[in-house]
Design a protein around this ligand. Structure first.
Ligand SMILES: NC(=O)c1ccc[n+]([C@@H]2O[C@H](COP(=O)([O-])OP(=O)(O)OC[C@H]3O[C@@H](n4cnc5c(N)ncnc54)[C@H](OP(=O)(O)O)[C@@H]3O)[C@@H](O)[C@H]2O)c1
Length: 267
């Protein structure tokens, strides 16, 4: 019987690549994001490759009413795999960032991911089958100066999903947490991370998604795709937090200076 995957944030980046790799494995897909045009393009690309079932839903996950309505509708369908992926970042001194944007990020990265999981888990639990892939980040292992709110949301995603993994294990529902390092998507542009962070040294989405799907098959708790990202995570996982945060601050300072240069030029 065809397996059905629900993917949030499927219009670009990691979510779109999950759609491509899962479709190639024969999954029926429900793709969610705001940009309907991009979702329709992806759907057309997939259907050109092979016939299948791709359902496109243009939903702003920041809109609680629209989100709840969508979840009520979609949870009536059998979902075998949830990719809880939609998310965004921000970059700069916390007090200089728009507080409305910071709060919106909290709503998307935290509240919306909770809402989506909460709506889908009951059907998986009652069937005693299903899987959830939750997107955290290497930023989830430690506080990050200049990305303080984003890193905290990703720590939340990590801890919450690891706890759900234990809750759901007796019911045959798998949970995998994916912790990518910098990956070549629209993320850096949306977060306005300048310079080398957006330009070089980013992992390919194909590798990130392929390793995530292998990790799901082997029922790993979490995966850090790629050696570079794994090395980036070591300080955050092993050093005392105050020390690893100081090191992370030094690493991000050149990008901060660059971003402030851009801001001065723009004025
Ligand atoms: N790229 C990285 O370096 C990196 C590293 C670690 C973790 N991650 C995590 O990976 C996940 C995916 O990010 P990405 O790198 O693939 O970035 P991306 O290319 O910017 O994709 C983000 C996706 O989220 C969707 N989205 C944003 N706001 C939304 C909203 N209000 N309602 C519905 N959908 C919304 C976007 O679609 P629309 O704009 O069309 O709505 C897009 O499809 C995020 O959770 C991110 O934290 C990324």
């Amino acid at each position: 019987m065809t397996q059905h995957a629900l993917i949030t944030g499927a219009s670009s980046g990691i979510g779109a690549e999950f759609a491509r790799q899962l479709y190639a494995r024969g999954y029926a897909l429900t793709l969610v994001a705001r940009r309907k045009g991009l979702l329709e393009e992806l759907k057309s690309d997939l259907l050109r490759q092979a016939s299948g079932d791709v359902n496109v839903c243009a939903v702003d996950l920041l809109d609680r009413t629209a989100r709840r309505q969508f979840l009520q509708d979609v949870s009536a369908r059998k979902i075998d795999l949830l990719i809880n992926n939609a998310g965004r970042g921000s970059f700069g001194y916390f007090e200089e960032l728009s507080i409305d944007q910071e709060l919106a990020m909290l709503e998307l990265n935290v509240a919306a991911t909770l809402d989506v999981a909460h709506a889908i888990i009951p059907q998986m639990k009652s069937r005693r089958a299903g899987a959830i892939i939750s997107l955290s980040s290497v930023a989830g292992f430690q506080p990050l100066p200049y990305m303080s709110t984003y890193a905290a949301t990703k720590a939340f995603n990590f801890h919450h999903s690891i706890a759900l993994r234990e809750e759901l294990r007796p019911f045959g529902v798998k949970v995998l947490i994916v912790c990518p390092g910098p990956t070549a998507t629209e993320f850096g542009g949306v977060a306005r991370v300048p310079g080398e962070f957006t330009g070089v040294g980013r992992d390919a989405v194909e590798m990130v998604v392929a390793r995530s799907l292998s990790a799901l098959e082997s029922d790993s708790g979490f995966v850090i795709p790629g050696v570079r990202s794994w090395l980036m995570s070591v300080a955050g996982r092993l050093l005392p937090k105050v020390m690893s945060t100081r090191v992370a601050g030094w690493t991000l300072e050149p990008s901060l200076k660059q971003s402030q240069g851009h801001l001065r030029e723009a004025k």
